[in-house]
Design a protein around this ligand. Structure first.
Ligand SMILES: [Zn+2]
Length: 460
């Protein structure tokens, strides 16, 4: 991230292109076929290379690309090579993210677990940190490791019960293992080998040779990079997501550090008690109530399922409304607070692989991920430094004296020094203090990358 006073740098952001009018049913059907092939290829990579034994093959992944190409799947399924390859690359990157998350979870449990000595933790974290050692541990195949690492490993292993620690680690990893599966079939990636812009339209390569699928667009912008296409079969439209470089805005008069607390009922509270997104609860509540009702009706009529077109269209509208509200409030936050730096706690308890999206109670939970993503993106664009601070007990600790206090009806009361503050503001003050003087954007970067390919969505 850029430092003040230097020339503005560029950051990536996602812009959208939209189809004009409604596509013919036959064209939408052909596009959906591409999307479902794309998903099929990804699942095939997950199935073949998602296991522990393949972990060494994922980075950089040439072997996988070669093996998949040689497998004859592409020819059998009749998939244009551009989609086939991009699906493989995407699945590989998902798998890498998946293993990184598992490593992160296991690292956390080494800290949580009582009975470990410092030496135990050191050794475990060394195994988790060094890619080749981690792979060796899981696959049992000796890694081609540099001598210095081997020596360091022996040194760290000397004071511990090596075997039992390594077994513990393997068990922890196995406990976290899930099967990755892509079931959202209405999206695919394509690069310039598979599309061209022509006369206000984009044309996609299709499964039939030399028969492109023509989609008129609402703008005449032309791009040359990898695009993500999202289909909306409910109304025969599509959205194209384009990653573009934009110049960072530099605000010379933004000088403050602002501590933030992110909440479920109020989006954001600052350390000074300013509130943004106070209406989020209403938006989420309406959405969740509708989802609950819609799913109840759906469960009842499952036998003669009338088609979920209307359902999906409405769900889409709810999400759009929610997201545009979130973006509006984030813009207002930056414009009014004028921060040079924000400090906020890391998100905790977010399991990206969980299916909470589908569940009613999950509405508010997964919106937090979206909120975080957008906040960090906007910070990058406005050259605001974002520091993620440790979130441990951040709401229960007194921001004046550091002692534990009590929370009741949204108010924090310190039993030691008598401080009384709105609970969220106390948490935001703690974030402010934990982040002050700290300069660490790498965590923010990590969070962004861990969101993976499916989080490319963006607006406002
Ligand atoms: Zn206190």
């Amino acid at each position: 991230m850029k430092r003040r006073g230097q020339a503005a740098e560029t950051v990536m952001r996602t812009v959208q292109q939209h189809s004009a009018g409604h596509l013919a049913d036959v064209d939408m059907a052909r596009l959906r076929e591409i999307a479902s092939d794309f998903c099929r290829v990804k699942n095939s990579v997950y199935d073949r290379y998602g296991g522990i034994r393949s972990i060494g093959k994922l980075d950089p992944g040439y072997a996988v690309l070669q093996e998949m190409t040689a497998s004859g799947l592409r020819e059998r399924w009749g998939i244009p090579s551009v989609y086939f390859q991009l699906a493989i690359l995407e699945a590989l990157s998902d798998l890498r993210g998946y293993w990184n998350r598992i490593r992160g979870h296991v690292r956390e449990s080494t800290f949580r677990r009582e009975g470990f000595t410092e030496a135990d933790r050191h050794y475990l974290n060394f195994l988790l940190r060094v890619d080749l050692l981690f792979i060796e541990l899981l696959t049992g195949e000796p890694a081609d490791l540099r001598e210095s690492y081997r020596l360091q490993q022996q040194e760290l292993a000397a004071p511990v019960n090596r075997k039992s620690l390594e077994n513990w680690l393997r068990r922890q990893v196995r406990k976290q293992c899930r099967r990755l599966h892509a079931d959202q079939a209405d999206t695919f990636a394509v690069d310039s080998r598979g599309y061209r812009y022509l006369d206000g339209a984009i044309e996609f390569a299709s499964k039939e040779k030399r028969k492109r699928i023509r989609v008129p667009l609402t703008d005449t912008n032309v791009y040359d990079r990898q695009l993500r296409v999202r289909l909306h079969p409910e109304d025969n439209t599509l959205t194209i997501l384009v990653p573009v470089k934009v110049r960072q805005h530099v605000h010379a008069d933004w000088k403050r550090t602002v501590g933030l607390a992110i909440g479920l009922h109020v989006m954001i509270t600052t350390h000074e008690g300013h509130v943004y997104g106070a209406e989020i609860d209403r938006y989420q509540g309406e959405y969740a109530a509708w989802l609950r009702e819609a799913n109840r009706i759906y469960a009842k009529n499952r036998v003669d399922n009338p088609g979920r077109k209307k359902y999906r269209a409405k769900k889409h509208r709810f999400e759009e409304a929610l997201h545009s509200y979130i973006n509006r409030e984030l813009n207002r936050l930056l414009a009014e607070e004028k921060p040079a730096k924000i400090c906020l706690p890391k998100l905790q308890g977010m399991k990206p692989e969980s299916k909470s999206r589908e569940k009613n109670w999950g509405v508010s939970v997964w919106q937090r991920g979206y909120l975080m993503e957008r906040l960090l993106q906007k910070c990058r664009e406005q050259s605001v430094e974002a520091t993620l601070v440790p979130g441990r007990a951040i709401g229960m600790t007194c921001s004046r004296c550091g002692q534990p206090g009590e929370r009741k009806d949204g108010v924090f009361t310190c039993t030691s020094c008598g401080l009384t503050l709105p609970e969220r503001q106390n948490a935001a003050k703690n974030a402010y203090q934990r982040g002050d003087g700290q300069s660490d954007t790498s965590e923010a970067e990590e969070t962004r990358q861990n969101h993976g390919s499916e989080q490319a969505t963006s607006s406002g």
